[in-house]
Ligand binder design. Structure first.
Ligand SMILES: [Zn+2]
Ligand SMILES: [Zn+2]
Length: 119
């Protein structure tokens, strides 16, 4: 019935501006003593962060992709797009006995795979 319902900043009972959540478990309307659990506010904050996180992770992924394409290019044929030209970088495994892993990334389609090399 109330037109204020749905906006967490206003009391759904009387429309008064609610105080910011403090140390208490509930936010209490100073006018009509309506109270709302602070968890309602926490839920809104979580939903807001979900909106922002995909943009941040997208930026991070693009940086990672560019990093993968930096490095020496070799004349190796991509098994997906069948063009020649791959960049590779190596990563040492935990112990020297396990050798190293070579990561190939196609510069055309960015298809990538890893080859473990035992020393
Ligand atoms: Zn109120
Ligand atoms: Zn390719």
């Amino acid at each position: 019935m109330s037109c204020f319902a749905g906006d967490p900043n206003f009391c759904p009972e009387c429309g008064n501006v609610l105080p910011l959540p403090g140390m208490q478990d509930v936010v209490r309307c100073p006018r009509c003593s309506f109270s709302i659990p602070v968890t309602e506010f926490a839920g809104i904050e979580i939903r807001t962060s979900v909106v922002f996180n995909p943009e941040q992770s997208t930026v991070a992924l693009e940086e990672d992709d560019n990093a993968e394409l930096k490095g020496p290019v070799i004349d190796r044929r991509c098994s997906r797009c069948n063009k020649e030209g791959m960049v590779y970088h190596t990563r040492q495994m935990r112990s020297a006995d396990e050798g190293q892993t070579v990561f190939f990334t196609c510069i055309h389609c960015r298809y990538g795979w890893a080859v473990a090399q035992l020393l």
